[in-house]
Design a protein around this ligand. Sequence first.
Ligand code: MG
Ligand code: ZN
Length: 358
Amino acid sequence: MRLLIITTVFIIIMLHVLSLRAQTASNEIEPPKNIILMIGDGMGVAQIQASMLAKGDQLHMQQFSEIGFMTTHSYNNGVTDSGAGGTAIATGRKTRNGMIGMSHDSVPAPSMLEILAAKGLATGIVVSCAVTHATPASFIAKNINRNNYEEIAVDYLKVPVDVVIGGGIKHFAARKDYRNLEKELIQSGYQVYRSLVEVSADKYYILTDSVHPPSMIKNRGNFLPKATQLAISTLSKNESGFFMMVEGSQIDWAGHDNDSAYLVQETIDFDEAVGEALKFAIQDNNTLVIVTADHETGGLTLSGSYKSAVLQPKLKFTSDDHTAVMVPVMAFGPGADSFKGFYDNVDLFQKIMALVAE
Ligand code: MG
Ligand code: ZN
């Protein structure tokens, strides 16, 4: 009897000690100061592997060691579009294909950009498409239809985003309602530029094209990596940290076109932007970089044939649309560990929020 009491007391004390230790351990996880979320639109594992082969195993992405996989279905379809896919990542809500920044029953949802801006972080959007397009719009706008570009542009003025770089002049300054949003932005304290120049201001828009910047094949050059580097240099001035979303927008379009050369060039360009983010994160030591995709496009596979011991991959598309296959999630920096494993796209939002919750 006495032995039983002593054992019970001992077990209770040990449980208490262990729970205290667990609490201390969880308190020791420092949240990242900065978060750089990078989305390769339509970038599945075959897109990455094709680019690894084209670049002789020299992709920046190959530096990641914390890797997970994410399912991407939308509320109403096993295959998501970029509106619902972007919305799932940005807001943690499943929505119907075609919708932006709201739940399936049209309830607007705050995006992680808005939530983190409210916590005092500087925020940015850097894309190689119009900034009004579905993926960036998911972090900014609330709209039942992703094609309402002019309404989406108006939503930019309602969100405290500090740096915006991409195309889309037409939706801001050549509108059906004759509003000039570029002028309105200037009135509310932004600098507005129409080419990628060195900027010393803290709040600015760089809208380089009427709608979308050109493809890599049509000489976009180093626009995306350079814009990424510029945005980081601006946003990192904020003492409370920053959040930015960078999109390699045209990997998806190459997939729709079943165009291998276009696809590999866009993925390598996106990877150069990843390289800029990693370079900053490694020296800063307090930045979480997450690289993922909203879905896969093209049903791409590599049907290889070996010629003299060298893999000559043949890129083979099995679709001209998005597919339901899982996409990779790569993470580096404080909290990177929590992105390992298998989960769903809405969980990515929860995982990021869990890291920054006070
Ligand atoms: Mg996109
Ligand atoms: Zn697409």
